[in-house]
Design a protein around this ligand. Structure first.
Ligand code: FES
Length: 197
């Protein structure tokens, strides 16, 4: 198991899932593949939406996928994790997500379409390091009042379990949330906005 609780086997499963999705896209153009694989086709593939099955995601687990070359994290938040969100608001810089770091449909306390799933870019808004997932409330190195979240060891920025940045750290804004939608209860599509109701 890695420090973020995702086994290597699990991570490779996800990479495989993404690759398989790309494979489906490529299958239809197998014959003219060499000719059609132009830079513009590559660019389209690099920006293509990424479909992720959440069927095997377990409560408390965080998985990572790549979209447009960037790390996207999907965290299954338990009721207990969700209950921490309104306990930390006084300590946050932008608790209501007023800055433009998420689509409008995620401008809520959980910063999510479905409360239990956080979908967020895993890049610190200070200088772009990758924060670590730290669900361990009261961790010795983060303080007795730590309720779980993300910690960037580069310069000490902290984010809660909705990716909202704490006051007094170098990161200026909440972690960004990419456009996404659900194709069904357990299938997520990253890179395409949810249509307005
Ligand atoms: S890059 Fe995260 S705190 Fe500096």
């Amino acid at each position: 198991m890695s420090e973020d609780g995702v086994s290597n086997g699990r991570r490779w499963f996800l990479i495989g899932t993404t690759a398989a999705f790309g494979g489906v896209v490529g299958a239809g153009v197998a014959i003219p593949f060499a000719a059609s694989w132009t830079p513009s086709a590559k660019a389209r593939a690099a920006g293509a939406p990424v479909e992720v099955s959440l069927k095997k995601l377990e409560p408390g687990q965080l998985i990572r996928v790549k979209w447009r070359g960037q790390p996207v994290w999907i965290l299954y938040r338990t009721d207990s994790a969700l209950s921490t969100l309104d306990q930390v608001t006084d300590e946050l810089r932008d608790p209501l997500s007023e800055k433009n770091q998420q689509p409008d449909y995620c401008r809520n306390e959980a910063r999510a379409l479905k409360d239990k799933y956080l979908v967020v870019l895993g890049k610190c808004t200070h200088l772009g390091c990758s924060p670590t997932y730290r669900p361990d409330a009261g961790a010795a190195d983060l303080g007795a009042d730590w309720l779980g979240g993300f910690y960037c060891p580069c310069h000490g920025s902290k984010f809660d379990l909705a990716g909202r940045v704490y006051k007094g750290v170098p990161a200026p804004t909440n972690l960004p949330i990419p456009p996404h939608k659900y194709l069904d209860d357990e299938t997520l599509l990253i890179g395409v906005d949810t249509e307005a109701a």
